[in-house]
Design a protein around this ligand. Structure first.
Ligand SMILES: Nc1ncnc2c1ncn2[C@@H]1O[C@H](COP(=O)(O)OP(=O)(O)OP(=O)(O)O)[C@@H](O)[C@H]1O
Ligand SMILES: Nc1ncnc2c1ncn2[C@@H]1O[C@H](COP(=O)(O)OP(=O)(O)OP(=O)(O)O)[C@@H](O)[C@H]1O
Ligand SMILES: [Mg+2]
Ligand SMILES: [Mg+2]
Lengths: 259, 259
Protein backbone atom coordinates (compact mmCIF):
# COMPACT_ATOMS: atom_id res chain seq x y z
CA UNK A 1 0.00 0.00 0.00
CA UNK A 2 1.07 3.60 -0.55
CA UNK A 3 3.60 5.46 1.58
CA UNK A 4 1.99 8.60 3.09
CA UNK A 5 4.36 11.57 3.31
CA UNK A 6 3.33 14.81 5.08
CA UNK A 7 5.23 17.96 4.08
CA UNK A 8 5.09 20.31 7.03
CA UNK A 9 6.76 23.19 8.83
CA UNK A 10 4.98 25.85 10.86
CA UNK A 11 7.39 28.47 9.51
CA UNK A 12 5.82 30.15 6.54
CA UNK A 13 7.16 30.45 3.01
CA UNK A 14 9.84 27.74 3.28
CA UNK A 15 8.95 25.80 0.12
CA UNK A 16 6.37 23.28 1.44
CA UNK A 17 3.97 23.69 -1.47
CA UNK A 18 6.68 24.06 -4.11
CA UNK A 19 8.15 20.78 -2.84
CA UNK A 20 4.81 18.97 -2.55
CA UNK A 21 3.81 19.77 -6.14
CA UNK A 22 7.16 19.32 -7.88
CA UNK A 23 8.10 16.18 -5.94
CA UNK A 24 4.69 14.67 -6.77
CA UNK A 25 5.24 15.50 -10.45
CA UNK A 26 8.76 14.03 -10.40
CA UNK A 27 7.55 10.81 -8.74
CA UNK A 28 4.72 10.43 -11.29
CA UNK A 29 7.22 10.93 -14.09
CA UNK A 30 9.41 8.22 -12.53
CA UNK A 31 6.40 5.87 -12.81
CA UNK A 32 5.38 6.01 -9.14
CA UNK A 33 1.58 6.62 -9.12
CA UNK A 34 1.12 9.57 -6.75
CA UNK A 35 -1.80 11.29 -5.03
CA UNK A 36 -1.30 14.89 -3.83
CA UNK A 37 -3.64 16.11 -1.07
CA UNK A 38 -3.87 19.87 -0.50
CA UNK A 39 -4.74 20.45 3.16
CA UNK A 40 -3.83 24.15 3.18
CA UNK A 41 -6.90 26.44 3.03
CA UNK A 42 -4.81 28.81 0.90
CA UNK A 43 -4.95 26.16 -1.84
CA UNK A 44 -1.59 27.00 -3.39
CA UNK A 45 -0.88 23.37 -4.40
CA UNK A 46 -4.27 23.25 -6.11
CA UNK A 47 -3.62 26.39 -8.14
CA UNK A 48 -0.01 25.43 -8.91
CA UNK A 49 -1.42 22.52 -10.88
CA UNK A 50 -3.78 24.88 -12.68
CA UNK A 51 -6.86 23.62 -10.80
CA UNK A 52 -9.59 25.61 -8.98
CA UNK A 53 -10.50 25.55 -5.29
CA UNK A 54 -14.18 24.59 -5.48
CA UNK A 55 -16.63 24.16 -2.63
CA UNK A 56 -17.12 20.54 -1.68
CA UNK A 57 -13.99 19.35 -3.53
CA UNK A 58 -11.64 18.93 -0.57
CA UNK A 59 -11.35 16.57 2.37
CA UNK A 60 -13.39 19.09 4.41
CA UNK A 61 -16.58 17.04 3.97
CA UNK A 62 -15.07 13.63 4.81
CA UNK A 63 -13.34 15.18 7.84
CA UNK A 64 -16.84 16.15 9.02
CA UNK A 65 -18.29 12.72 8.27
CA UNK A 66 -19.81 13.68 4.92
CA UNK A 67 -18.61 11.64 1.98
CA UNK A 68 -15.44 9.60 1.56
CA UNK A 69 -11.90 10.46 0.47
CA UNK A 70 -12.03 8.18 -2.60
CA UNK A 71 -14.75 10.37 -4.15
CA UNK A 72 -12.68 13.53 -3.85
CA UNK A 73 -9.84 12.30 -6.04
CA UNK A 74 -9.59 14.13 -9.36
CA UNK A 75 -7.39 13.90 -12.44
CA UNK A 76 -4.67 16.52 -12.86
CA UNK A 77 -4.03 16.00 -16.57
CA UNK A 78 -0.63 14.52 -15.75
CA UNK A 79 -0.12 10.78 -16.15
CA UNK A 80 0.20 8.99 -12.83
CA UNK A 81 -0.62 12.10 -10.76
CA UNK A 82 -3.98 12.54 -8.99
CA UNK A 83 -5.13 15.19 -6.53
CA UNK A 84 -7.57 15.99 -3.73
CA UNK A 85 -7.76 19.80 -3.96
CA UNK A 86 -8.22 22.37 -1.21
CA UNK A 87 -11.21 24.57 -0.53
CA UNK A 88 -11.59 27.73 1.57
CA UNK A 89 -13.78 25.94 4.12
CA UNK A 90 -10.80 23.82 5.21
CA UNK A 91 -9.88 26.74 7.47
CA UNK A 92 -13.00 26.10 9.54
CA UNK A 93 -11.65 22.67 10.50
CA UNK A 94 -9.23 24.30 12.96
CA UNK A 95 -12.09 25.44 15.21
CA UNK A 96 -14.72 22.81 14.35
CA UNK A 97 -12.49 19.85 15.22
CA UNK A 98 -11.48 21.46 18.53
CA UNK A 99 -14.89 20.61 19.93
CA UNK A 100 -14.70 16.89 19.16
CA UNK A 101 -13.14 13.90 20.86
CA UNK A 102 -10.55 12.02 18.93
CA UNK A 103 -9.79 15.22 17.08
CA UNK A 104 -6.22 14.18 16.24
CA UNK A 105 -7.19 10.96 14.45
CA UNK A 106 -9.89 12.25 12.05
CA UNK A 107 -7.67 12.26 9.00
CA UNK A 108 -6.16 8.86 9.75
CA UNK A 109 -9.73 7.50 9.78
CA UNK A 110 -10.65 9.34 6.57
CA UNK A 111 -7.61 8.04 4.66
CA UNK A 112 -7.88 4.48 6.08
CA UNK A 113 -10.40 3.08 3.55
CA UNK A 114 -8.61 4.79 0.66
CA UNK A 115 -5.32 3.19 1.61
CA UNK A 116 -6.96 -0.22 1.88
CA UNK A 117 -8.89 -0.21 -1.40
CA UNK A 118 -6.11 1.71 -3.23
CA UNK A 119 -8.01 2.30 -6.47
CA UNK A 120 -5.00 3.67 -8.35
CA UNK A 121 -2.31 1.36 -6.96
CA UNK A 122 -0.64 4.39 -5.50
CA UNK A 123 3.01 4.33 -4.56
CA UNK A 124 2.95 7.64 -2.68
CA UNK A 125 0.40 9.97 -1.08
CA UNK A 126 1.83 13.46 -0.46
CA UNK A 127 0.05 15.88 1.91
CA UNK A 128 0.75 19.64 1.73
CA UNK A 129 0.24 21.27 5.15
CA UNK A 130 -0.57 24.87 6.15
CA UNK A 131 2.07 27.01 7.96
CA UNK A 132 0.99 26.18 11.51
CA UNK A 133 1.02 23.34 14.04
CA UNK A 134 -2.73 23.55 14.47
CA UNK A 135 -5.30 20.77 14.22
CA UNK A 136 -5.06 20.46 10.42
CA UNK A 137 -1.29 19.87 10.47
CA UNK A 138 -1.55 17.60 13.51
CA UNK A 139 -4.13 15.51 11.68
CA UNK A 140 -1.90 15.28 8.63
CA UNK A 141 0.97 14.06 10.81
CA UNK A 142 -1.42 11.67 12.54
CA UNK A 143 -2.31 10.13 9.16
CA UNK A 144 1.22 10.01 7.73
CA UNK A 145 3.91 7.31 7.70
CA UNK A 146 6.65 9.92 7.48
CA UNK A 147 7.33 13.64 7.70
CA UNK A 148 9.41 15.71 5.27
CA UNK A 149 10.41 19.08 6.78
CA UNK A 150 11.29 21.74 4.22
CA UNK A 151 13.83 24.14 5.68
CA UNK A 152 14.58 27.41 3.97
CA UNK A 153 18.31 28.02 4.39
CA UNK A 154 17.82 31.22 6.37
CA UNK A 155 18.25 31.99 10.05
CA UNK A 156 14.59 32.50 11.11
CA UNK A 157 13.61 29.17 9.53
CA UNK A 158 15.98 27.29 11.81
CA UNK A 159 14.28 28.53 14.94
CA UNK A 160 11.17 26.42 14.51
CA UNK A 161 12.94 23.15 13.72
CA UNK A 162 13.06 22.01 17.34
CA UNK A 163 9.37 22.63 17.77
CA UNK A 164 8.14 20.52 14.86
CA UNK A 165 10.53 17.72 15.80
CA UNK A 166 9.09 17.69 19.32
CA UNK A 167 5.55 17.51 17.87
CA UNK A 168 6.67 14.39 15.99
CA UNK A 169 7.74 12.82 19.30
CA UNK A 170 4.55 13.88 21.09
CA UNK A 171 2.29 12.29 18.46
CA UNK A 172 4.26 9.06 18.68
CA UNK A 173 4.29 8.98 22.49
CA UNK A 174 0.60 9.91 22.77
CA UNK A 175 -0.15 6.88 20.61
CA UNK A 176 -1.84 9.02 17.95
CA UNK A 177 0.59 7.65 15.38
CA UNK A 178 3.19 5.32 16.82
CA UNK A 179 4.98 4.53 13.58
CA UNK A 180 5.41 8.13 12.34
CA UNK A 181 9.06 8.72 11.38
CA UNK A 182 11.11 11.62 10.05
CA UNK A 183 11.73 11.10 6.32
CA UNK A 184 14.25 13.91 6.46
CA UNK A 185 14.98 17.62 6.37
CA UNK A 186 15.08 19.11 2.86
CA UNK A 187 17.12 22.29 2.38
CA UNK A 188 15.30 24.72 0.11
CA UNK A 189 16.14 28.02 -1.59
CA UNK A 190 19.80 27.16 -1.10
CA UNK A 191 22.14 29.77 -2.55
CA UNK A 192 25.72 28.52 -2.52
CA UNK A 193 27.07 32.08 -2.92
CA UNK A 194 25.46 33.20 0.35
CA UNK A 195 27.34 32.81 3.60
CA UNK A 196 23.96 32.65 5.41
CA UNK A 197 22.86 29.60 3.38
CA UNK A 198 26.13 27.79 4.05
CA UNK A 199 26.00 28.53 7.78
CA UNK A 200 22.45 27.27 8.15
CA UNK A 201 23.23 24.03 6.30
CA UNK A 202 26.32 23.44 8.44
CA UNK A 203 24.37 24.00 11.67
CA UNK A 204 21.48 21.71 10.71
CA UNK A 205 23.83 18.95 9.55
CA UNK A 206 25.63 19.19 12.89
CA UNK A 207 22.37 18.82 14.88
CA UNK A 208 20.77 16.18 12.68
CA UNK A 209 23.63 14.42 10.87
CA UNK A 210 21.55 11.47 9.64
CA UNK A 211 18.35 13.32 8.74
CA UNK A 212 19.29 15.76 6.01
CA UNK A 213 18.46 14.77 2.42
CA UNK A 214 21.47 14.65 0.11
CA UNK A 215 19.44 16.66 -2.41
CA UNK A 216 19.28 20.43 -1.76
CA UNK A 217 16.87 22.60 -3.71
CA UNK A 218 18.67 25.65 -5.12
CA UNK A 219 17.09 29.10 -5.16
CA UNK A 220 15.82 29.55 -8.71
CA UNK A 221 13.37 32.18 -9.89
CA UNK A 222 11.98 29.70 -12.44
CA UNK A 223 10.45 27.78 -9.50
CA UNK A 224 8.62 30.95 -8.50
CA UNK A 225 7.53 31.72 -12.06
CA UNK A 226 6.07 28.30 -12.94
CA UNK A 227 2.98 28.68 -10.67
CA UNK A 228 1.75 31.68 -12.64
CA UNK A 229 1.33 29.34 -15.63
CA UNK A 230 -0.24 26.52 -13.61
CA UNK A 231 2.75 24.37 -14.50
CA UNK A 232 5.14 22.18 -12.54
CA UNK A 233 8.84 22.96 -12.93
CA UNK A 234 9.17 19.82 -15.09
CA UNK A 235 6.67 21.30 -17.54
CA UNK A 236 7.88 24.90 -17.33
CA UNK A 237 11.65 24.39 -17.53
CA UNK A 238 12.71 20.81 -17.14
CA UNK A 239 16.49 21.37 -17.43
CA UNK A 240 16.43 24.03 -14.69
CA UNK A 241 18.55 23.30 -11.57
CA UNK A 242 15.35 23.28 -9.49
CA UNK A 243 13.77 20.67 -11.81
CA UNK A 244 16.88 18.49 -11.67
CA UNK A 245 16.92 18.76 -7.86
CA UNK A 246 13.31 17.58 -7.52
CA UNK A 247 14.01 14.65 -9.87
CA UNK A 248 16.96 13.75 -7.68
CA UNK A 249 14.84 14.04 -4.53
CA UNK A 250 12.27 11.71 -6.09
CA UNK A 251 15.02 9.16 -6.67
CA UNK A 252 16.17 9.46 -3.04
CA UNK A 253 12.64 8.73 -1.83
CA UNK A 254 12.11 5.87 -4.30
CA UNK A 255 15.27 4.23 -2.92
CA UNK A 256 14.45 4.97 0.73
CA UNK A 257 10.93 3.52 0.55
CA UNK A 258 11.45 1.01 -2.31
CA UNK A 259 8.64 2.60 -4.28
CA UNK B 1 -3.87 57.63 22.06
CA UNK B 2 -1.71 55.22 20.10
CA UNK B 3 -2.52 53.99 16.59
CA UNK B 4 -2.77 50.16 16.56
CA UNK B 5 -1.40 48.59 13.39
CA UNK B 6 -1.76 44.83 12.72
CA UNK B 7 0.70 43.31 10.24
CA UNK B 8 -0.97 40.27 8.74
CA UNK B 9 -1.14 37.93 5.77
CA UNK B 10 -2.09 34.26 5.91
CA UNK B 11 0.55 33.50 3.25
CA UNK B 12 3.71 32.43 4.93
CA UNK B 13 7.17 33.92 4.64
CA UNK B 14 6.13 37.24 3.07
CA UNK B 15 8.02 39.57 5.41
CA UNK B 16 5.47 40.17 8.20
CA UNK B 17 7.94 39.79 11.05
CA UNK B 18 10.81 41.49 9.25
CA UNK B 19 8.50 44.45 8.65
CA UNK B 20 7.03 44.50 12.19
CA UNK B 21 10.46 44.60 13.83
CA UNK B 22 12.26 46.97 11.47
CA UNK B 23 9.33 49.36 11.12
CA UNK B 24 8.99 49.47 14.92
CA UNK B 25 12.71 50.25 15.21
CA UNK B 26 12.50 52.95 12.52
CA UNK B 27 9.52 54.60 14.21
CA UNK B 28 11.26 54.59 17.61
CA UNK B 29 14.32 56.15 16.00
CA UNK B 30 12.06 58.82 14.49
CA UNK B 31 10.94 59.66 18.06
CA UNK B 32 7.57 57.87 17.89
CA UNK B 33 7.31 55.76 21.08
CA UNK B 34 6.38 52.27 19.83
CA UNK B 35 5.16 49.01 21.39
CA UNK B 36 5.68 45.80 19.39
CA UNK B 37 3.41 42.86 20.30
CA UNK B 38 4.44 39.39 19.09
CA UNK B 39 1.30 37.31 18.64
CA UNK B 40 2.96 34.57 16.57
CA UNK B 41 3.65 31.41 18.62
CA UNK B 42 6.83 31.00 16.54
CA UNK B 43 8.14 34.09 18.33
CA UNK B 44 10.33 35.31 15.48
CA UNK B 45 9.81 39.00 16.35
CA UNK B 46 10.86 38.25 19.93
CA UNK B 47 14.07 36.56 18.88
CA UNK B 48 14.83 39.13 16.17
CA UNK B 49 15.20 41.66 18.98
CA UNK B 50 17.51 39.28 20.82
CA UNK B 51 14.89 38.42 23.47
CA UNK B 52 13.75 35.00 24.74
CA UNK B 53 10.29 33.43 24.52
CA UNK B 54 9.58 32.77 28.21
CA UNK B 55 6.50 31.14 29.75
CA UNK B 56 4.06 33.67 31.10
CA UNK B 57 5.63 36.60 29.23
CA UNK B 58 3.10 36.95 26.41
CA UNK B 59 -0.50 38.09 26.09
CA UNK B 60 -1.54 34.41 26.51
CA UNK B 61 -2.41 34.96 30.18
CA UNK B 62 -4.40 38.18 29.72
CA UNK B 63 -6.26 36.59 26.77
CA UNK B 64 -7.35 33.92 29.26
CA UNK B 65 -8.31 36.45 31.91
CA UNK B 66 -5.10 36.13 33.93
CA UNK B 67 -3.17 39.34 34.38
CA UNK B 68 -3.21 42.52 32.31
CA UNK B 69 -1.43 43.65 29.16
CA UNK B 70 0.36 46.54 30.93
CA UNK B 71 2.31 44.08 33.09
CA UNK B 72 3.64 42.16 30.08
CA UNK B 73 5.46 45.14 28.58
CA UNK B 74 9.25 44.80 28.69
CA UNK B 75 12.19 46.95 27.65
CA UNK B 76 14.03 46.04 24.45
CA UNK B 77 17.22 47.97 25.12
CA UNK B 78 16.30 50.38 22.33
CA UNK B 79 15.15 53.89 23.23
CA UNK B 80 11.44 54.41 22.58
CA UNK B 81 10.80 50.75 21.68
CA UNK B 82 8.97 48.38 24.06
CA UNK B 83 7.72 44.84 23.51
CA UNK B 84 5.24 42.21 24.64
CA UNK B 85 7.03 38.99 23.61
CA UNK B 86 5.56 35.69 22.37
CA UNK B 87 5.51 32.35 24.15
CA UNK B 88 4.89 28.83 22.82
CA UNK B 89 1.56 28.58 24.66
CA UNK B 90 0.07 31.25 22.39
CA UNK B 91 -0.60 28.41 19.93
CA UNK B 92 -3.14 26.94 22.37
CA UNK B 93 -5.28 30.07 22.01
CA UNK B 94 -6.48 28.90 18.59
CA UNK B 95 -8.39 25.99 20.14
CA UNK B 96 -9.07 27.38 23.62
CA UNK B 97 -10.80 30.53 22.36
CA UNK B 98 -12.99 28.49 19.97
CA UNK B 99 -15.00 27.28 22.93
CA UNK B 100 -15.89 30.76 24.21
CA UNK B 101 -18.48 33.39 23.36
CA UNK B 102 -17.18 36.70 22.16
CA UNK B 103 -14.06 34.95 20.94
CA UNK B 104 -13.29 37.62 18.32
CA UNK B 105 -13.16 40.51 20.79
CA UNK B 106 -10.82 39.10 23.46
CA UNK B 107 -7.79 41.06 22.35
CA UNK B 108 -9.70 44.30 21.91
CA UNK B 109 -10.76 43.94 25.54
CA UNK B 110 -7.23 43.08 26.67
CA UNK B 111 -5.68 46.09 24.93
CA UNK B 112 -8.46 48.51 25.94
CA UNK B 113 -7.11 49.48 29.40
CA UNK B 114 -3.56 49.75 28.06
CA UNK B 115 -4.68 52.17 25.35
CA UNK B 116 -6.55 54.26 27.90
CA UNK B 117 -3.85 54.55 30.56
CA UNK B 118 -1.06 54.72 27.94
CA UNK B 119 1.86 54.51 30.38
CA UNK B 120 4.52 55.22 27.75
CA UNK B 121 2.64 57.86 25.70
CA UNK B 122 2.83 55.50 22.78
CA UNK B 123 2.43 56.76 19.25
CA UNK B 124 2.13 53.32 17.66
CA UNK B 125 1.35 49.75 18.72
CA UNK B 126 2.44 47.19 16.10
CA UNK B 127 1.12 43.61 16.21
CA UNK B 128 2.96 40.78 14.37
CA UNK B 129 0.49 38.05 13.32
CA UNK B 130 1.00 34.33 12.55
CA UNK B 131 0.63 33.03 8.96
CA UNK B 132 -3.06 32.09 9.19
CA UNK B 133 -6.52 33.65 9.38
CA UNK B 134 -7.31 31.78 12.57
CA UNK B 135 -8.58 33.11 15.87
CA UNK B 136 -5.27 34.74 16.85
CA UNK B 137 -5.08 36.81 13.65
CA UNK B 138 -8.80 37.61 13.76
CA UNK B 139 -8.37 38.88 17.32
CA UNK B 140 -5.43 41.04 16.25
CA UNK B 141 -7.53 42.55 13.46
CA UNK B 142 -10.40 42.99 15.91
CA UNK B 143 -8.14 45.03 18.19
CA UNK B 144 -6.45 47.10 15.46
CA UNK B 145 -7.19 50.52 13.94
CA UNK B 146 -5.55 49.53 10.67
CA UNK B 147 -4.09 46.61 8.76
CA UNK B 148 -0.78 46.56 6.90
CA UNK B 149 -0.57 43.63 4.45
CA UNK B 150 2.96 42.61 3.51
CA UNK B 151 2.99 41.16 0.01
CA UNK B 152 6.01 39.27 -1.28
CA UNK B 153 6.35 40.18 -4.96
CA UNK B 154 5.86 36.63 -6.14
CA UNK B 155 2.93 34.94 -7.83
CA UNK B 156 1.73 32.62 -5.03
CA UNK B 157 1.60 35.53 -2.59
CA UNK B 158 -0.94 37.37 -4.74
CA UNK B 159 -3.42 34.53 -4.51
CA UNK B 160 -4.34 35.17 -0.89
CA UNK B 161 -4.79 38.94 -1.17
CA UNK B 162 -8.50 38.73 -1.91
CA UNK B 163 -9.10 36.51 1.06
CA UNK B 164 -7.53 38.76 3.70
CA UNK B 165 -9.25 41.81 2.23
CA UNK B 166 -12.60 40.06 2.53
CA UNK B 167 -11.84 39.20 6.18
CA UNK B 168 -11.31 42.93 6.75
CA UNK B 169 -14.80 43.61 5.37
CA UNK B 170 -16.38 40.77 7.37
CA UNK B 171 -14.97 42.05 10.70
CA UNK B 172 -16.28 45.53 9.93
CA UNK B 173 -19.72 44.33 8.84
CA UNK B 174 -20.07 41.91 11.75
CA UNK B 175 -19.52 44.86 14.07
CA UNK B 176 -16.43 43.24 15.62
CA UNK B 177 -14.40 46.28 14.64
CA UNK B 178 -16.32 48.84 12.66
CA UNK B 179 -13.51 51.35 12.23
CA UNK B 180 -10.82 48.90 11.00
CA UNK B 181 -9.23 50.23 7.81
CA UNK B 182 -6.56 49.13 5.37
CA UNK B 183 -3.35 51.07 6.06
CA UNK B 184 -1.98 49.71 2.80
CA UNK B 185 -0.22 46.91 0.96
CA UNK B 186 3.56 46.87 1.36
CA UNK B 187 5.60 45.22 -1.40
CA UNK B 188 8.41 43.13 0.07
CA UNK B 189 11.45 41.28 -1.30
CA UNK B 190 11.12 43.38 -4.44
CA UNK B 191 13.82 42.64 -7.00
CA UNK B 192 13.72 45.18 -9.80
CA UNK B 193 15.76 42.88 -12.07
CA UNK B 194 13.08 40.17 -11.95
CA UNK B 195 10.22 40.21 -14.43
CA UNK B 196 8.11 38.33 -11.86
CA UNK B 197 8.50 41.12 -9.28
CA UNK B 198 7.56 43.81 -11.79
CA UNK B 199 4.51 41.88 -13.01
CA UNK B 200 3.18 41.32 -9.49
CA UNK B 201 3.58 45.01 -8.59
CA UNK B 202 1.80 46.08 -11.78
CA UNK B 203 -1.10 43.69 -11.12
CA UNK B 204 -1.57 44.75 -7.49
CA UNK B 205 -1.40 48.46 -8.35
CA UNK B 206 -4.06 47.88 -10.99
CA UNK B 207 -6.41 46.15 -8.50
CA UNK B 208 -5.76 48.46 -5.56
CA UNK B 209 -4.52 51.75 -7.02
CA UNK B 210 -4.91 53.77 -3.83
CA UNK B 211 -3.75 51.18 -1.33
CA UNK B 212 -0.14 50.43 -2.19
CA UNK B 213 2.56 52.11 -0.09
CA UNK B 214 4.99 54.24 -2.11
CA UNK B 215 7.83 52.53 -0.23
CA UNK B 216 8.81 49.09 -1.53
CA UNK B 217 11.15 46.87 0.46
CA UNK B 218 13.95 45.53 -1.78
CA UNK B 219 15.22 41.96 -1.49
CA UNK B 220 18.44 42.25 0.51
CA UNK B 221 20.28 39.39 2.18
CA UNK B 222 21.35 41.74 4.98
CA UNK B 223 17.70 41.75 6.15
CA UNK B 224 17.90 37.97 6.45
CA UNK B 225 21.29 38.06 8.19
CA UNK B 226 20.45 40.61 10.89
CA UNK B 227 18.17 38.24 12.90
CA UNK B 228 21.04 35.84 13.56
CA UNK B 229 22.69 38.64 15.58
CA UNK B 230 19.47 39.69 17.36
CA UNK B 231 19.77 43.07 15.64
CA UNK B 232 17.39 45.25 13.66
CA UNK B 233 18.55 46.28 10.20
CA UNK B 234 19.22 49.79 11.56
CA UNK B 235 21.73 48.31 14.01
CA UNK B 236 23.20 45.71 11.65
CA UNK B 237 23.65 47.79 8.48
CA UNK B 238 21.92 51.14 8.63
CA UNK B 239 22.91 52.32 5.13
CA UNK B 240 21.57 49.16 3.50
CA UNK B 241 18.74 49.62 0.96
CA UNK B 242 16.43 47.60 3.26
CA UNK B 243 17.22 49.91 6.20
CA UNK B 244 16.58 53.01 4.10
CA UNK B 245 13.27 51.53 2.90
CA UNK B 246 12.02 50.89 6.43
CA UNK B 247 12.97 54.44 7.45
CA UNK B 248 11.01 55.72 4.46
CA UNK B 249 8.02 53.52 5.38
CA UNK B 250 8.11 54.94 8.92
CA UNK B 251 7.91 58.44 7.45
CA UNK B 252 4.94 57.46 5.29
CA UNK B 253 3.08 56.17 8.34
CA UNK B 254 4.03 59.19 10.50
CA UNK B 255 2.51 61.44 7.81
CA UNK B 256 -0.55 59.26 7.27
CA UNK B 257 -1.47 59.06 10.96
CA UNK B 258 0.11 62.35 12.15
CA UNK B 259 2.19 60.49 14.72
N1 LIG C 1 13.85 26.90 -4.55
C1 LIG C 1 13.17 28.02 -4.76
N2 LIG C 1 13.74 29.04 -5.42
C2 LIG C 1 13.06 30.21 -5.61
N3 LIG C 1 11.82 30.45 -5.17
C3 LIG C 1 11.20 29.47 -4.50
C4 LIG C 1 11.82 28.20 -4.26
N4 LIG C 1 10.95 27.43 -3.57
C5 LIG C 1 9.83 28.19 -3.38
N5 LIG C 1 9.98 29.40 -3.95
C6 LIG C 1 9.03 30.53 -3.92
O1 LIG C 1 9.04 31.01 -2.57
C7 LIG C 1 7.71 31.29 -2.14
C8 LIG C 1 7.38 30.40 -0.95
O2 LIG C 1 7.31 29.04 -1.36
P1 LIG C 1 6.04 28.14 -1.01
O3 LIG C 1 4.80 28.91 -1.21
O4 LIG C 1 6.20 26.85 -1.72
O5 LIG C 1 6.32 27.92 0.56
P2 LIG C 1 5.31 27.34 1.63
O6 LIG C 1 6.15 26.86 2.75
O7 LIG C 1 4.39 26.38 0.99
O8 LIG C 1 4.50 28.66 2.07
P3 LIG C 1 3.24 28.68 3.10
O9 LIG C 1 3.90 28.65 4.44
O10 LIG C 1 2.54 29.97 2.80
O11 LIG C 1 2.41 27.48 2.80
C9 LIG C 1 6.82 31.08 -3.34
O12 LIG C 1 6.64 32.31 -3.99
C10 LIG C 1 7.61 30.12 -4.22
O13 LIG C 1 7.31 30.29 -5.58
N1 LIG D 1 13.34 42.25 1.98
C1 LIG D 1 13.90 41.07 2.29
N2 LIG D 1 15.01 40.69 1.62
C2 LIG D 1 15.56 39.48 1.88
N3 LIG D 1 15.12 38.61 2.80
C3 LIG D 1 14.03 38.94 3.49
C4 LIG D 1 13.36 40.19 3.29
N4 LIG D 1 12.30 40.25 4.14
C5 LIG D 1 12.31 39.10 4.83
N5 LIG D 1 13.35 38.31 4.46
C6 LIG D 1 13.66 36.94 4.92
O1 LIG D 1 12.67 36.09 4.37
C7 LIG D 1 12.23 35.14 5.35
C8 LIG D 1 10.74 35.38 5.61
O2 LIG D 1 10.54 36.62 6.24
P1 LIG D 1 9.66 36.74 7.58
O3 LIG D 1 9.99 35.64 8.49
O4 LIG D 1 9.79 38.13 8.06
O5 LIG D 1 8.22 36.53 6.96
P2 LIG D 1 6.86 36.25 7.74
O6 LIG D 1 5.77 36.63 6.83
O7 LIG D 1 6.92 36.89 9.07
O8 LIG D 1 6.91 34.64 7.91
P3 LIG D 1 5.84 33.77 8.73
O9 LIG D 1 4.70 33.61 7.76
O10 LIG D 1 6.56 32.46 9.02
O11 LIG D 1 5.49 34.52 9.96
C9 LIG D 1 13.11 35.36 6.57
O12 LIG D 1 14.18 34.45 6.50
C10 LIG D 1 13.58 36.80 6.42
O13 LIG D 1 14.84 36.98 7.02
MG1 LIG E 1 2.30 26.31 1.10
MG1 LIG F 1 6.51 36.00 10.94
Amino acid sequence: SAQVLAIANQKGGVGKTTTAVNLAAALAEAKVPTLLIDMDPQGNATSMLGLERTDGASLYGPMNGEGIARDKIIETGRKGLWMIPAEVDLAALETEMARRDNYLRQMKQVLGPLRETDPFHLGMIIIDCPPALGLISMNCLGAADSLLITLQTEYLAMEGLGQILSVLDQLREAGVNDHLELAGVLMTMYDKRMRLSQEVVAQVKEHLPDSVFKTMIPRSVRLAEAPSFGQTILEYDRWNPGARAYKKLAKELIEKYSL
